[in-house]
Design a protein around this ligand. Structure first.
Ligand code: SIN
Length: 527
């Protein structure tokens, strides 16, 4: 069992600052929560590990789902979300998501977000497992960048919000199950600081970087889950990791996401022999739920003895393709692929974590004063498999709910000011953390990826067990802290995946390929 903290410290020896809200992370969930808190009269400090723009939000392509179309309704959106979630969604959380989503999106438009429109109004596209066209997009395939631009701008001009970049949160400061703030490492000044808050909001994003092949930004190393777990918060559904079916797979090129919206607009998946295969696997063909598309791709790869399949847009109108997907067109062109003529070589890669820090319907974790929203959190909206483009919406809806909830008690709340210290950790271990990180990423991809087996998972757990001794040692820098967080979170994913003896949503076991009724339940970790 790891110790509580990452390193030795004493808060009495460190500079300390107070604010009402301490928000960790600067993607849609963090910045929207900060803006909502400020508008409600609160003052906020946002801590972000790199720059404000280094977020999963900024990279999001496809869009944001909301029932805004004439033939759509929150009920239909709810139905699609529950089906994709494969029996593990929290129905009330989903109802909140889909019914409050449209207003939150309108609010985003009010803040200045420009989504693509035509003469009829907003352009809505379709993605996998959606029964209606309900995905708003911006600049074709740069939806996240537009949302990030607007929220960053609004936050920067807000006097109630202070943003500190390059601040890595080392640990939460929790006593008797109440969170009083955070210990952070200022990477520019190479010094530690304490931030005390009445409300601490985790919005630190996901863990895709644990896997060798992934679509995530550098920051996605599972830190929020690791610090919350060390502080005693409950963590749920860690076995459910969603792979994205279509990520550019070209030697020398980055693993660049090719949006599901491309299939939404009619692209085909073909195996390396040029055969279209998805109609053989599902009625919805290329627009089947992601886990089904991913496994179909892996099967086609195995059968054809190849490590790629192709995403083919060559039958679509080239002008429409260029206009609708300018970012994908440009990125592929940089690697000499003309997507209107050349099929795109793709393979699946880790994309999104459905589980995370368990919260209730107002974003509250099992630790008082600690809230979570966005990918780091698990309010139960995504179940075992997230419906495409529901993630940006999730950050907005639950960020808003956290503020509505906390404003009720904040004015009269004067938290105690306990001091915190740790002096029991040994000297840093003096191992090669960069090599360890690489080993972990390869292992997670091989043994804990989209197709798992009991024996592979046991191998992974042996690895985590071996490195467990590192938690008795301190660390020297933020890079080492990151690797330790990755070890802690990777172990939870492998352990939950081994425990769940069935296949469901983003979790697939070759040795237990069926979904089992008795496993229609959650796995919860508690320190
Ligand atoms: C995509 O554009 O395919 C990603 C959308 C998502 O993961 O929701």
């Amino acid at each position: 069992m790891p110790d509580n903290y990452m390193l030795n410290f004493d808060t009495r020896e460190l500079p300390q600052e107070d604010d009402e809200y301490i928000v960790l992370g600067s993607g849609i969930a963090g910045l929207y929560t900060a803006l909502a808190a400020s508008r409600a009269g609160g003052s906020v400090t946002v801590l972000t590990k790199q720059t404000m723009m280094d977020t999963g939000t900024d990279k999001a392509q496809g869009g944001i789902a909301a029932a805004l179309g004439d033939t759509d309704s929150p009920l239909l959106h709810r139905e699609d979300t529950l089906v994709a979630g494969a029996g593990l969604c929290d129905a009330e959380a989903v109802a909140a998501l889909v019914s409050e989503g449209p207003d939150r999106v309108r609010e985003l438009i009010g803040l200045g977000a420009i989504f693509d429109c035509d003469s009829q109004g907003l352009c809505l596209t379709r993605e996998g497992a959606h029964s209606r066209r309900r995905i708003l997009h911006a600049s074709g395939d740069a939806t996240g960048a537009e949302i990030q631009r607007v929220l960053t701008g609004r936050v920067q001009e807000d006097n109630n919000i202070k943003v500190l970049e390059n601040h890595y949160v080392v640990d939460l400061l929790v006593r008797e199950n109440t969170c009083y703030g955070v210990l952070a490492y200022d990477r520019d000044r190479r010094s530690f600081r304490v931030f005390r808050g009445k409300v601490v909001v985790l919005a630190t994003g996901g863990l895709g970087r644990l896997f060798e092949h992934n679509t995530n930004p550098e920051i996605a190393t599972g830190d929020g889950i690791a610090i919350a777990f060390r502080a005693g918060a409950e963590v749920m559904d860690m076995e459910f990791i969603q792979s994205h079916p279509t990520v550019l797979n070209l030697p020398g090129a980055p693993r660049f996401l090719i949006s599901e919206a491309v299939r939404g607009e009619g692209a085909y998946l073909r195996n390396c022999q040029g055969q279209r295969f998805m109609p053989r696997y599902h009625d919805l063909a290329e627009l089947a739920p992601r886990d089904i598309v991913v496994r179909a791709i892996l099967k086609e790869m195995a059968v054809t003895n190849s490590n790629i399949v192709y995403l083919d847009l060559t039958h679509l109108d080239p002008e429409v393709v260029r206009l609708r997907f300018p970012n994908i067109t440009k990125t592929c062109a940089a690697y000499k692929l003309d997507i209107t003529v050349d099929p795109i070589p793709v393979a699946p890669a880790a994309h999104y974590m459905m589980g995370g820090v368990k919260t209730n319907l107002v974003g509250e974790t099992s630790v008082r004063g600690l809230y979570a929203c966005g990918e780091v959190s698990c309010p139960g909206v995504h179940g075992a498999n997230r419906l495409a483009s529901n993630s940006l919406l999730d950050g907005l809806v639950f960020g808003g709910r956290i503020v509505e909830e906390t404003r009720k008690f904040l004015k009269d709340y004067q938290p105690r000011r306990p001091e915190f210290a740790c002096d029991w950790l040994l000297e840093p271990a003096g191992i090669d953390y960069a090599a360890l990180r690489k080993e972990l990423e390869v292992l997670m991809g091989d043994k804990v990826g989209p197709v798992r087996s009991g024996s592979g998972l046991k191998e992974a757990l042996k690895f985590f067990d071996h490195w467990g001794y590192l938690f008795r040692h301190g660390v020297e820098d933020a890079g080492q802290m990151e690797v330790k967080n990755m070890l802690q979170v990777g172990e939870m994913v492998a352990e939950a995946a081994l425990a769940r003896r069935e296949s469901r949503g983003g979790h697939y076991r070759v040795d237990y390929p069926d979904t089992r009724r008795r496993w229609q339940k959650h796995i919860i970790f508690r320190r």
